[in-house]
Design a protein around this ligand. Sequence first.
Ligand code: C5P
Length: 247
Amino acid sequence: MSDGRGAKDKLIVALDVETAAEAREVFAALRDSAEMFKIGPHLFTSAGPEIVREIVAAGGRVFLDLKFHDIPAVVAAAGREAARLGVSLFTVHAAGGAEMLGRVAESVADTAGREGSERPRVLGVTVLTSADDATLAETGVGCGVGEQVARLAALADASGLDGCIASPHEIALVRRTVTRPGFLVVTPGVRPRTAAHDDQRRVMTPEQAVLAGADYVVVGRAILKAPDRARAAREIVEEMEAVSSEQ
Ligand code: C5P
């Protein structure tokens, strides 16, 4: 692929399961088929940081998607602990503002430097894919989703974050807004070609998202609910490979 990374390196599997036992099972089945495993508020609240430590100790890479949003000192402290857990990526809400974002970026860099560990990449959540213009208006944001995504992606970049989360339809906008090489775009809300579409909304496949400029795509249910999870993951990687080799 053009950035030198293989398609498998771009797949993040969402561990959207309830228990540590299920998470272990998914990790064991998919550790060779995906680059990283995303742990969100559901699994983290049920299984705790131990499941993160366990996957990292077993050689897996973890994307801790807890979307921190609090006063700068608290988010900086949470970022320090994420670095100590050994996660590769974690999220904060870019809407927390420049001071919150700058402080967490600084605390993660300090912690990794002092403790000699890998520095986790910090990603800013722009606008949740479940939100629309009306949702933004409810919370006092007067502009539309596109403008807000662009503003928050630029803020994340200017505040020292490593990248952002953007829905498939905002990848191109983010790339136009933030042109710094290396700024990561991580994209959830994709539907593999092989998976049944569960609604009529316009969706992008993982390969379309990668072509649009995503560094990583996050896939959960299309893999977790498949009868053969490893096969479902391999098919997604093959689809991404096929498209990139056509370029
Ligand atoms: O839809 P799927 O099960 O693949 O979702 C995987 C992850 O992507 C979820 O954990 C969720 O955080 C995120 N997601 C999202 N927007 C969507 C669907 C999922 O942000 N429309």
